[in-house]
Ligand binder design. Sequence first.
Ligand code: ATP
Ligand code: MG
Length: 334
Amino acid sequence: MRVLSGIQPTGNLHLGNYLGAIRNWVRMQDEMDSESQCFFFLADMHSITVHETREQRLRNVREMAAALIAAGIDPDRSVLFNQARVPAHAELAWLLNGTARIGWLNRMTQFKDKAGKDREGKSVGLFVYPVLQAADVLLYQATHVPVGEDQKQHLELARDIAAKFNTDFGVDLFTIPDPIIPKETARIMSLRDGASKMSKSDPSDMSRINLTDDDDTIVQKIRKAKTDPEPLPETAAGLEDRAEAKNLVGIFASFTGGTPDSVCAQFVGQGFGAFKPALAEVLVEALRPIRTRFEALKDDEAALDAILIKGAEKAATAAEPTLRAAYGAVGLMR
Ligand code: ATP
Ligand code: MG
């Protein structure tokens, strides 16, 4: 079993990333046997699709590394690194550009969401981003890729690229990876709009809970979260047309080890005036230890760089045979 997943170091880690992906990463890391290995990386090469100053980008990479360690990723057990330190990602992505089809990329809903009406004005990088993502996964022969639901389509694309490459060149080179998507927390929604996912790139900070938010900020954001005037129903089936309410109940359940049904049973008949403070308290308690560890780690640049450099060395060694074989299959090298 080889587990691999990445996160963009743009802005803060938020509750969607944590419940949809990172918490799963930590679980998989903790359940690894000696035959298996986990690779977790900061997708800093992907981050060039968002304009930042160089100082900000350098800081973002270190902060995201600190956040992942604070959330439970152990760099001694998992390979933790940033993409830019392992040039094999960019090299394989270029080779895969020969395999990926424009029509496949045209169907990617994330590009459509992120480009909006300004498609022609977006960077080429934003469009071909899923090819780099395919390279990230295929380079390590990953078998399992824990992601949130929004990444399912990109992973299917990686599978298509892998299969086409193998067929076109008559090789059995790339392992076809499987997505691991958590059931209940696959898609955490924005606190301001139950129809769009919680996201780092949402301009409104009130739309998300960041793992670095202090206690008061968490309480405020939950108090201001959009809801409806109805009381909580008896079972989760009663939340079907109430996206915002459903989202908050799901978050409560995921931190208390309950289910949306058990949370409804606990609060049945009560309004959000009663539910929100309870949810805020659960979140404050759950996130405080992560934030405390993050604060202690985030400014130790030397230690964070050393961790990432060591991780990149391990990653580069693991990637090298696949990259060589890909050059060989294409006929660019013997
Ligand atoms: P961006 O808006 O910059 O794309 P993001 O918030 O989508 O940022 P990513 O770095 O793209 O974060 O994704 C990191 C991981 O978090 C991925 O596995 C993704 O599926 C997961 N994820 C992101 N948002 C959510 C969400 N709202 N609910 C569940 N999982 C999520
Ligand atoms: Mg994203």
